[in-house]
Design a protein around this ligand. Sequence first.
Ligand code: CUA
Length: 162
Amino acid sequence: MHIDQYEGLFIRLAAVMMGVFAAAVVIAVFGLGIQLPGAVEQIDPRAVDSAPGFSEPGLREIYPGRYEAHVVVQTWQFTPNQITVPRGSEVTFFLTSKDIIHGFKIMDTNVNIMVIPGQVSEVTHTFNESGTYQFYCHEYCGALHHAMSGLVQVTDTEVAGE
Ligand code: CUA
């Protein structure tokens, strides 16, 4: 079978590119550890009220300076919408939506994630500066999207033991 010189060139070029893309996926998964949310982070959005952690949303102290916050997200509110921790606290937020896609962004931090029904979104941040950090929904979700917000209060008392 005759293959035109240029066609052959492009066939080889396409094969090389597919090899590069496949290698990029392998490196991302096994080298950098980038993963899509797994089954452990999935949740029935109709059963959020009885799900572990989300049945009693709020802040829990794991040990001094280390907190976990379970936040239930729905149109148009965060529960809880006020969280208070001492300066220097590391807080892991677990969020899930009961209805549609929302967002969770904390001002003046790198925290900026999607909150998707059926999944638990997890993000950790250390609050080294005292002050008031507003968080809000950054995915348009309807009439009161703009009012969907809350506050993290970081008090000036340092974490005990530091
Ligand atoms: Cu929730 Cu916008």
